[in-house]
Design a protein around this ligand. Structure first.
Ligand code: AMP
Ligand code: MG
Length: 348
């Protein structure tokens, strides 16, 4: 073998080695876990050599947030706050105070369309229970008196909070998963992860792009299709993509669909002509609160609110199967409707 020939062989071997090791790196560095927390399946896809350890830390963090903020299991800080309603201030941890304060801010921004003191009505409808019911009009009117985000009193100095009236119940179901998603991204960043995706039910968060640098494709669910069917995709990096809809939790009675997003003005499931909303923003706490908010506000008011907020984009799906997106999303949204039932309205 000539010297020149051996050098070529050596170079080829080195190139192959680099290629093979980068393949190995890519495939072995993707770690995916599924865990049931916060009433949903949490899926993490992490590209990092310590991904298993990181994923576990994230699941533990989410479990802690769930314990503090749920009203579906006993104990927990929000339950303490609710039990002391109209009586006394209770000590709350930093996370709970932060989420409570954000929730109150979204109450203000939306003029009460988003209101986490909706708890008494959520309980009465029981959409999440085995025995959901349509409450009587008089019961709804009575419970509506307890719904007012302005009754959430927060004392930051002493890290305490109190609800003004006895019987008031805070339900963070419309925002807590958003907070948990942001907490997960914080942990990924702490470990130097550059590429990851986490899904918490209808909440998707992306860190960076895919390992090859291209954006993640996040599907927007077809609200009338089966699980896994989409009406389009958004291509994103470093964004939260959070959806709300009347398909997530509902029961039917006498041919009417009663879903889990309530209008705090009426006490009934929001009925503004929307069946699905999606918010794209930097933080999922904002996206989560806002997807619920605009669902209650409806297309016109919801669009106005989103357009007034910096760095927030949205997709609206109406019950007459039309799809509208904010101007800032036109380049990242791709309409792709396999059902062929929806119409993309590009110009409003
Ligand atoms: P999401 O799935 O994020 O849209 O949130 C819906 C959940 O938020 C419901 O299951 C309730 O727990 C709670 N919720 C319902 N209606 C409202 C509302 N108008 N404002 C705030 N939270 C709500
Ligand atoms: Mg929400």
């Amino acid at each position: 073998m000539t010297k020149k020939f051996s050098i070529i062989i050596l170079c080829l071997a080195l190139c192959m080695g680099v290629l093979l090791s980068s393949c190995r790196l890519n495939s072995s560095n993707l770690y995916e876990t599924h865990e049931f927390l916060m009433g949903t399946v949490i899926i993490q896809k992490i590209y990092h050599k310590d991904a298993d350890k990181i994923a576990k830390e994230v699941n533990d963090r989410i479990a802690g947030i769930e314990s503090a903020m749920t009203i579906n299991k006993s104990g927990g800080e929000i339950n303490l706050l609710n039990d002391a309603a109209g009586k006394e201030y209770v000590k709350l941890g930093e996370d709970t105070l932060y989420v409570l304060n954000k929730a109150k801010q979204y109450g203000e921004i939306s003029n009460g369309a988003f209101d986490v003191t909706i708890g008494p009505l959520v309980k009465s409808w029981g959409v999440f229970t085995d025995n959901p019911k349509v409450p009587s009009k008089s019961e709804i009117d009575e419970l509506l008196k307890l719904v007012n985000y302005k009754d959430i009193n927060i004392d930051f100095e002493n890290s305490t909070a109190m609800l003004s009236k006895k019987g008031q119940i805070v339900d963070l179901g419309g925002i807590a998963k958003g907070f948990a998603g942001d907490a997960a991204i914080e942990i990924y960043k702490k470990y130097g992860v550059e590429s990851a995706l986490i899904s918490l039910g209808g909440n998707i968060l992306t860190l960076g792009g895919k390992p090859d640098g291209t954006p993640w494709s996040v599907g927007i669910r077809n609200p009338r299709g089966a699980d896994g069917s989409y009406i389009g995709i958004v291509s994103v990096k470093d964004k939260a993509v959070v959806s709300s809809g009347d398909y997530e939790r509902f029961f039917e009675k006498d041919g009417v669909r009663y879903h889990h997003i309530l209008d705090p003005k009426t006490g009934y499931p929001a009925n503004t002509g929307l069946i699905g909303t999606t918010i794209v923003s930097d933080y999922s706490i904002d996206a989560d609160a806002l997807s619920t908010t605009v669902f209650v506000l409806g297309l016109e008011e919801g669009m106005k609110l989103v357009e007034s907020l910096e760095g927030v984009e949205a997709v609206f799906i109406t019950e007459d199967k039309k799809i509208y997106v904010t101007d800032g999303l036109k380049d990242t949204f791709t309409f792709k409707d396999e059902s062929k039932e929806f119409e993309y309205v590009e110009k409003r």
